[in-house]
Design a protein around this ligand. Sequence first.
Ligand code: RIB
Ligand code: CA
Length: 318
Amino acid sequence: MEQSVPIPIILDCDPGHDDAVAILLAVASPKIDLLAVTTCFGNCSIDDATRNALRILTLAGVTDVPVARGASDPLVASLELGNYVHGKSGLDGPTMPEPEFLPSKLSAVELIHQTLMDSPRPITMVVTGPMTNLAQLAMSHPEDLEKIAEVIFMGGSTERGNHTPSAEFNTYADPEALQEIIDSGLPIRMVGLNLTHQALAIPEVVERMTNMDHDIGKTCAEWMGFFGSSYRSVWSFDSPPVHDPCTVAALIDPSLIEWTRTFLAVELEGKWTRGETVTDIHNRLEHEPNADVAITLDAERYWDLVLEAIDSLGKARV
Ligand code: RIB
Ligand code: CA
């Protein structure tokens, strides 16, 4: 069977424990060509997110993927951060290596723009933090949109929120940014909490990480330990949902997730519901569908994919 051509992606993220696993998955998979990592405020400040991205890639032994610092604040919303989940550094738990390379001199928007212009093929934008950087690109370089194959993002929910009762953190953090991308007409795939809450790092998963005979596996296990303690104390989860790698996994193995095409909107006005994603699964509003929304995850095969990627990276570093 012919080897499929790797999918070129830019990963825009706010690392963040689950973003960190998404970065490792993207780096490890031969089906992904990780062209750039761009950072955004979200789980922590932009400075911490950028430092964390450099540390994660250093841990993975990857110093040739450019990392560019992005937005420090939302488009118009007031800044709210997720340190209450990810800790003071945004990646609390294990000691991380100091970065072995510097961030790009370009901003996130400039690096995305340059990478899109230089690419012979359309690029998939994977967004696992607030949508701010991509929204700023859409506003400043609308001509770039035709070079974007699709946007697959972790955010929103077809059900309840997490940061607020109705809003998931990434969309709550910058709902105007998501609105900008919905308005752009770009192909959108939404991987919301309804999906990612099926991706729980249960004890058997963490044990498989712990039993890996290398630093990367043990670091991932310690990330899950910290992340799990936050999810227990804030939302009474027994095991933490590892949200962000679901986006990358969907690209690597499309059979892992079932989707439904629906009308997607984001609430900008609601006193109690600002940042909520409205997904008209049963077409009650009779608007034209504008997004594919993830519904069902094959969790067992998802974890097999993620753990195999972590193990392959770790063994290559030993
Ligand atoms: O609500 C979960 C999302 O918010 C994840 O992407 C997590 O990393 C945080 O950014
Ligand atoms: Ca994230």
